[in-house]
Design a binder for this molecule. Structure first.
Ligand code: PEP
Ligand code: MN
Length: 338
């Protein structure tokens, strides 16, 4: 639908498609509304939907993912997280602790993030741990800490939701919902976050192909939410020197297949502090729209992922990279003041 399309014009299209025996899935982004039609394509063509008021274009999509495909939407999308853009013209640093451990630790990490140039704060309150004996996160208490730190530091928050039952509570605090690698194909969870009314960061499954990842994004979009960013966080390979292998080619590949912004997580990819800045440079050079970086005031005492967290003395280098390299590839760093 064109930018000025009215609710009545949208409704007329949906009614017409349904009357013809098809299904119509309406997805709303900030700047546009897309109606995905599923059914008999020949019949849709005979409806001449292009002539309907409010319709900007009608395109036939051959890829199995429709709403998220670039075929559907050639212009790259910008996703806004409580006003902070992630998109093609800008570069956004997201940083914070892997896990919310205490008010003091979260505040200190948020201040580190902001001083490095972050516009968004990350931090997990619900942690998807490989071991049931490992720290599982503070749950709602962690969300409350994040909300307090958001007020204090002025950065909107990105936080993970691991279970469909928790989507409402997490969405009531979060500015952006994160789906982690282990849940990329948790289809019930994807549908629940698709209906939650908040932007979503969808991490790549550690064993997922690009197409599986896009189909997972399609689950979110099909529930009406096109405010999705994709996050490459490394995949499983034979290599053991790094925690995962950062698939740097996924960034331009995704940009060619999908209009959604792409984020790189250099912390969970390498799993090593010394690799975070080099991988960040690579991510910016290859065209990532944002990076998401773990920082911690005292990684030796961290309850989760300490070895990959940047410390105070690493921040100058990170700050320098995000202030200089994006410019060299035609982007400006998004900064938030409070
Ligand atoms: C995280 O970002 O805290 C996290 C658990 O990441 P991943 O799902 O990529 O392992
Ligand atoms: Mn982590």
């Amino acid at each position: 639908m064109g930018p000025g399309a009215t609710a009545e014009e949208l409704d007329a299209v949906v009614q017409t498609v349904q009357a013809a025996g098809g299904s119509a899935f309406v997805s709303r982004g900030v700047h546009r509304t897309i109606v995905g039609l599923v059914g008999d394509v020949e019949q849709f063509e005979s409806l001449n939907l292009k002539a309907y008021p409010g319709v900007a274009d009608v395109v036939r999509i051959s890829a199995p993912y429709k709403l998220v495909s670039r075929e559907n939407h050639p212009a790259m999308s910008t996703v806004y997280v409580s006003g902070v853009p992630i998109g093609p013209d800008t570069f956004t640093l997201i940083a914070g602790p892997c896990a919310v451990e205490s008010p003091e630790q979260t505040l200190a990490a948020a201040q580190m993030a902001k001083s490095a140039g972050a516009a968004l704060l990350r931090g997990g309150a619900y942690k998807p741990r490989t071991s049931p004996y490992a720290f599982q996160g503070l749950g709602e208490k962690g969300l409350q800490i994040l909300a307090e730190v958001r007020t204090e530091v002025g950065l909107p928050i990105v936080t993970e939701v691991v279970d469909a039952h928790d989507v409402d509570i997490v969405a009531s605090y979060a500015d952006m919902l994160q789906i982690g690698t282990r849940n990329m194909q948790n289809f019930g969870l994807l549908q629940a976050v698709g209906s939650a009314g908040k932007p979503v960061m969808l991490k790549r499954g550690m064993n997922a192909t690009i197409e599986e990842w896009l189909m997972a994004a399609e689950y979110v979009a099909q529930r009406g939410n096109l405010d999705i960013v994709l996050c490459e966080r490394g995949i499983r390979t034979f290599e053991t020197a790094t925690r995962n292998t950062l698939d740097i080619s996924a960034v331009p590949v995704m940009h060619s297949l999908s209009h959604l912004p792409v984020v790189v997580d250099p912390s969970h990819s390498g799993g090593r502090r010394d690799l975070v800045v080099p991988l960040s440079r690579a991510a910016i050079a290859v065209g990532a729209d944002a990076i998401i970086v773990d920082v911690h005031p005292d990684p030796g005492a961290a309850l989760c992922d300490g070895p990959q967290a940047l410390v105070d003395t690493d921040l100058d280098e990170l700050a320098h990279v995000v202030r200089t390299l994006p410019q060299a590839v035609g982007r400006s760093l998004v900064l938030v003041d409070s």
